[in-house]
Design a binder for this molecule. Structure first.
Ligand code: PEP
Ligand code: MG
Length: 892
């Protein structure tokens, strides 16, 4: 038979902290605290399965009532009070408590058990009577709202009228008889509204309250909260029924909350606040200003009212001892609720406390030093994505945000600046030392300088792998893309946002971590890579199996990535190396050349540039592996668009603008992402691959001579679907390799591999592996081609898909394990069938996404590669994935 109720009381409990699934977080921890002998008001927890039953059958399960009655009998035995007794009544609190904390989302009823008789039994002094009637009216008000469904504002109106009539300003001024009058009015209101009197039978009250708490699992706000936090709807909530303790019994009573360490700095000191003569709800309501717990905090915060430490030293000492005990017991920072009833301390809740990233790091590292947890446990406790908070300036969480638009969180961090609409304006502003946000419909390669000069980038179109997003992430510049609720009116120089019309020069702030655009300048918190960060990352590095490389196209990227701990370059997108200076023009000349001679002329000018770039990259990476990908330019990103650009390129090529326009038109593709790019370009124009191979090998020779640490270049061929494609390009590379080695009189070890970014390549991996010496999963294209969803157009409908529950996560951000992941598994397995030792990595954007990194560990990839600013996140995620894997397989 199912057990619905678990009791707890002094020194004993039927449940424990391990029973979170059935008892909810609150119930499980109340049981645990009671069992270890902490002062917990006795009570019982109704399991969450009862909620599931109730919601399905609209009735409480059979047997529950009897179990609750038996549980109440144990509470009565412990307190010496009786539920419903007129002389010495037991009052109960009824609170929700789900498996995962949902603060404030569900309902609570306090002071349950009061009625016209029991209210008389609460005490006989004038002060007790005042308290008794105040409690009774609070109960009617709460019950009326939560259980009977009446708007709490109508009770407030009655109270306000009464106060005005009696000439009082505060609730605390009302006398017992005045409260009795309010109670009479409340009860009359209920009877009038519902046609039934307020229930006097305590068991009826209790059944009503339990049902209401169960029902509040389905309240609109609870449903929304669950959606936002990925909490399944089928869990249901447990209900905790507990003897009431009162923090509002005069000046010797109080209620408060405490963190066992400071949740924003991590400092090991009790941190929290309390109110004298108050109930928990008064703290939440925020009407009165709470006081500090410790003298130290009181002084720091400049409060003039005394701390708990000063006011109630004995209760404070007991609270401190209990907090120490809880930390030692749970081995984690706790967030507790307590009440002091006439000097006696009662613990009402404990749970792992929420904390800032900075605090999380400090607490984890300190706890290792204190011998509370092991290094690997410390590594497991930090949320990898939260490291973003440390690597970029972020918006001060204490300030209010005026959101004027929202899009995708394309590149983390926050930035403030004046609005500019063109790259030229951004560069001019940089020269003058002004900070700007570059606002565009979308960006293209010629915006690179403007992007570099800007503090942040905002586009109204494009997705997470759009040009703006990829480039900004690489540069570590905050970026919001696809802000569809904003419009750029280029002609009039306006940015139209939610309820605002902004012009060039107006200040905005973008938050690349949330995807929001905000009006004006907003205070920021600056990054701080403290010693705790370095120590924890060291432990993470020891724990992980996969290596972490970076996607870097420039020396600046490579240096930044090394500083963040990258162990090689997993992807150098060579087309990105042509954004700088005059290079874009030469690159365009090469793409637009009519014939091989024209192309070779441009390539001859590109060769020295590439060679010096590669030499610098190899030198910076100092013997670490460097994967260079042959040119893979989606043509639409590189063709000149405006008349001005066409005129410029035409002049450089000695053509008339009209002639060039015709050429551009001839190159126009309907779907450039699936067009003449990747290895298709190298097959059409092998001279491009030859030039790149020569630049790579000559650079390898130069860098080896300079550093004495020879690099082993890994040359990667993009967008391969057929083995014959790879064979063709590989032959070009090998020919050049032999020539350069002959010329230099030196042997260079190198690898030629391919990206796996087309479903056909994944399926034919065993055949492709005959030619490929390594695979790198290009999951941006693999996602695009597996789903048949254009990377550049996905942002138009993916959010709708998510809102409507069609998909849970954007597959361009977090790997689709079932589909794209299946192809990766197949390719890894088949590739290794042919070439067991082959290196496997990932270089799509997913290489920096924690969930995707766990998948990569599972598939047995050798490395992940991501943009420089994500390297620490990837190091930590890879470590957590390894630790989890070891725990699951039982290997140490
Ligand atoms: C990919 O497709 O995942 C990839 C890394 O290449 P790109 O984003 O440059 O197409
Ligand atoms: Mg690709």
């Amino acid at each position: 038979m199912e057990k619905w109720v678990y009791t707890f009381g002094s020194g004993k409990a039927e449940g424990s902290a391990r029973d979170v699934t059935r008892l909810g977080g609150k119930g499980a921890n109340l049981a645990e605290m009671a069992a270890i002998g902490l002062p917990v008001p006795p009570g019982l927890t109704v399991v969450s399965d009862a909620c599931v039953y109730f919601l399905k059958n609209n009735a409480l399960p059979e047997g529950l009532r009897d179990e609750i009655l038996a549980g109440i009998a144990t509470i009565e035995a412990e307190t010496g009070k009786r539920f419903g007794d007129a002389a010495n009544p037991l009052l109960l609190s009824v609170r929700s408590g789900a498996r995962s904390s949902m603060p404030g989302m569900m309902d609570t009823v306090l002071n349950l058990g009061l009625n016209d008789q029991t209210v008389q039994g609460l005490g006989h002094s004038a002060e007790d009577a005042r308290f008794a009637f105040d409690s009774y009216r609070r109960f009617i008000q709460m019950y009326g709202d939560v259980v009977l469904g009446l708007d709490h504002a109508i009770f407030e109106d009655i109270l306000d009228d009464a106060k005005a009539r009696f000439g009082h300003e505060n609730d605390t001024d009302l006398s017992a008889s005045e409260w009795q009058e309010v109670i009479r009015l409340y009860k009359a209101l209920i009877e009038e509204e519902l046609g039934e009197p307020f229930p006097q039978d305590p068991m009826v009250q209790l059944a009503g309250a339990v049902g209401a708490v169960f029902s509040s699992w389905m309240s609109a706000r609870a449903v929304t909260y669950r959606q936002l936090h990925n909490i399944p709807g089928h869990w249901g909530t447990a209900v905790n029924i507990q003897a009431m303790v009162f923090g509002n019994l005069g000046s010797g009573s109080a209620t408060g909350v405490a963190f066992t360490r400071n949740p924003s700095t991590g400092e090991k000191t009790l941190y929290g606040e309390f109110l004298v003569n108050a109930q928990g709800e008064d703290v939440v309501a925020g009407i009165r200003t709470p006081q500090a717990l410790t003298e130290k905090a009181r002084i720091e915060q400049g409060h003039d009212r005394p701390s708990l430490e000063k006011l109630m030293p004995e209760a404070f000492a007991e609270l401190t001892a209990i907090c120490d005990r809880l930390e030692a017991h749970y081995c984690d920072m706790q967030d507790v609720e307590f009440t002091i009833e006439r000097g006696a301390l009662w613990m009402l809740q404990t749970r792992a406390g929420k904390r800032s990233t900075r605090a999380a790091l400090k607490i984890a590292v300190d706890m290792v030093d204190e011998g509370l947890i092991a290094e690997e446990e410390a590594v497991s406790r930090i949320e990898p994505a939260s490291l973003d908070q440390l690597l970029h300036p972020t918006i001060d969480p204490r300030v209010a945000r005026q959101v004027i638009g929202s899009g995708l969180p394309a590149s983390p961090g926050a930035a403030t600046g004046e609005i500019v609409f063109t790259s030229e304006e951004a560069m001019a502003a940089e020269q003058e030392g002004r900070k700007v946000i570059l606002v565009r419909m979308e960006t293209s390669p010629e915006d690179i300088h403007g992007m570099n000069a800007a503090e942040g980038i905002l586009t109204t179109r494009g997705g997470m792998t759009s040009h703006a997003a990829v480039v900004a992430r690489g540069m570590g510049i905050p970026c919001v893309t696809g802000a569809g609720n904003m419009r750029v009116d280029q002609r009039n120089g306006l940015l139209l946002g939610l309820g605002v019309k902004l012009k060039k020069g107006d200040l905005i702030t973008i938050d690349g971590s949330s995807g929001q655009a905000l009006k004006g300048a907003v205070p920021m918190v600056q990054p701080e890579l403290s010693g705790d960060f370095a120590r924890l990352m060291d432990w993470a590095d020891k724990a992980r199996r996969m290596t972490v490389r970076t996607n870097a196209d420039t020396p600046a990227d490579a240096r930044a990535a090394r500083a963040f701990g990258a162990e090689g370059i997993g992807l150098c997108r060579t087309e990105h190396m042509f954004f700088e200076g005059e290079r874009i023009h030469v690159m365009r000349e090469m793409i637009l050349a009519e014939d091989e001679a024209g192309r070779r002329a441009a390539l001859d000018r590109l060769l020295p540039m590439q060679r010096s770039d590669f030499t610098e990259l190899f030198t910076i990476m100092h013997g670490q592996p460097v994967t260079i990908r042959l040119l893979d330019p989606p043509l639409h990103e590189f063709l000149p668009k405006t008349e001005e650009e066409i005129a410029d390129v035409a002049a450089a090529m000695g053509l008339l603008p009209r002639q060039l326009s015709q050429r551009v038109e001839a190159l126009h593709e309907f779907n450039p992402m699936l067009g003449h790019r990747g290895c298709r370009l190298a097959i059409s124009y092998p001279e491009i691959a030859e030039m790149q191979a020569r630049a790579i090998f000559e650079a390898a020779v130069a860098a080896a001579r300079e550093t004495g640490a020879p690099v082993e270049p890994e040359i990667m061929v993009p967008l391969v679907g057929l083995r014959s494609e790879l064979d063709y390009v590989k032959a070009c590379i090998e020919k050049v390799a032999s020539a350069v080695m002959r010329e230099a009189g030196l042997t260079i070890t190198y690898l030629v591999g391919t990206m796996i970014e087309l479903p056909r390549a994944a399926l034919r991996a065993h055949v492709i592996a005959e030619a490929a010496e390594f695979f790198s999963f290009g999951t941006n294209d693999l996602t695009q081609t597996t789903f048949g969803i254009s990377r550049d157009d996905a942002a138009a409908f993916i959010p709708t898909y998510q809102r409507k529950g069609i998909i849970e996560r954007d597959p361009f951000i977090s790997l689709d394990f079932d589909g794209v992941g299946e192809l990766i598994r197949i390719a890894a397995e088949r590739g290794r069938q042919t070439r067991p030792e082959m290196k496997l990595g990932i270089c799509g954007e997913h290489g920096g996404d924690p969930a995707s990194i766990h998948f990569c560990e599972d598939v047995g990839l050798d490395y992940v590669s991501c943009s420089p600013f994500r390297v620490p996140i990837a190091r930590l995620s890879a470590a957590q994935a390894s630790i989890l894997q070891r725990r699951e397989t039982g290997k140490s």
